[in-house]
Design a protein around this ligand. Structure first.
Ligand code: TRP
Length: 336
């Protein structure tokens, strides 16, 4: 809770270009939420998390800035929501250090994302990658978040956050709000267009597997045209046809139609028709976002002001919690 309001925090790493999956699964939900409910929302660009995997500095910078612009372009109003870069708020790594000392090796060892990522980056299994969930716990606990919209893959990290917070509160009294997961209304899970058994990912090596938010219409149409389906030749919504099901899911997430409505709409039609309709729907959905993005790119002054003011706001709330924690732990306050 902050100022008597329910508080929500979420974020994305500033690695690569975000996809239609990130948009429909997270960003779009955030926008609906911010409009609908009387909640104080914090959305971070988690650039500190990004460097658990080696990054090119120029690329990292480009990606982080682009993500901020995409948050705004997607409809997160920076006057209402606090949109900030994690690296602009030193309280994050400060609290993470303290929480590291309240987290067990065994707990981190169990994290499935750590296992997956260390298999994928076997040449760089750094301790940052290992303690990644502790930094994420700090992100959440600093803002006393009641709600955290996360996907399935981050649920384990949210659970460990709750465990760490409960442990800390058990020792020092009620310092942290224990956060709950927030499952959004649509929460679409978008799969790869080339391998519909796999989640659409921004780090996929095959560029045809993912729709990126700034893809132009031709690219979007082409990628859907090439989307992997099956040889059944019938539009149906079932496990045996994951490619077609994914197309239907995407179509519905964008248009708001139900499965029944969509099956009816495309009854007796071929995959080509469905692919074209999905491509059109997605391109139409993304067009205003892309236009707004292009405007923001030109308005440096506005973006800089947003970055500065929101970082200050985030720091204000984060430092409040951090000071409380430091006092509880027993650090000497700096004399003024
Ligand atoms: N780990 C999250 C992801 O990769 C990103 C993230 C970092 C996050 N800190 C967070 C999400 C705090 C929610 C809350 O998707």
């Amino acid at each position: 809770m902050i100022d008597g309001k329910k508080t929500m925090l979420s974020g994305m790493q500033s690695t690569g270009m975000i996809t239609l999956g990130n948009y429909l699964g997270a960003l779009k939900n955030w926008v609906n939420l911010a409009d609908e409910e009387d909640i104080k929302c914090f959305y971070g660009i988690m650039d500190l998390h990004s460097i658990t995997v080696r990054q090119d500095p120029t690329e990292l910078k480009k990606n982080a800035r682009r993500l901020m612009l995409l948050y705004i372009a997607a409809g997160l109003d920076p006057e209402k929501n606090c949109l900030f870069f994690q690296s602009h708020v030193p309280a994050h790594p400060q609290l993470a250090w303290i929480l590291n000392c309240f987290t067990y090796m065994g707990e981190m060892n169990r994290m499935t994302q750590f296992k997956d990522k260390s298999a994928k980056h076997a040449d760089n299994i750094n301790t940052g990658l290992f303690t990644y969930p502790v930094l994420m716990a700090a992100d959440i606990l600093l803002y006393q978040a009641d709600l955290v919209p996360v996907g399935k893959d981050q649920m384990q990290h949210l659970e460990i956050t709750r465990d760490i917070a409960t442990r800390f509160n058990g020792i020092y009294g009620d310092v942290f709000t224990i956060p709950d997961a927030y499952i959004g209304k649509s929460g679409a899970r978008v799969m790869s267009l080339q391998d519909p058994e796999k989640k659409m990912s921004k780090s996929d090596e095959n560029p045809n597997a993912s729709i990126f938010l700034l893809d132009d219409k031709d690219t979007i149409m082409r990628k859907f045209k090439r989307a992997v389906t099956d040889s059944e030749g019938m539009i149906a919504y079932r496990d045996e046809q994951p490619g077609v099901r994914n197309l239907i899911d995407i179509y519905n997430a964008v248009t708001g139609h139900t499965v029944e409505e969509t099956l009816k709409e495309f009854e007796g039609q071929g995959y080509g028709t469905l692919k074209e309709a999905v491509g059109e729907a997605v391109a139409t959905e993304l067009a205003p976002l892309q236009a707004r993005y292009a405007e923001l790119e030109k308005d440096k002054e506005f973006v800089n002001r947003v970055m500065k003011e929101n970082a200050e706001q985030a720091s204000y709330y984060a430092n409040k919690t951090l000071r409380k924690v430091m006092k509880k732990v027993g650090f000497i306050e700096m004399p003024r």
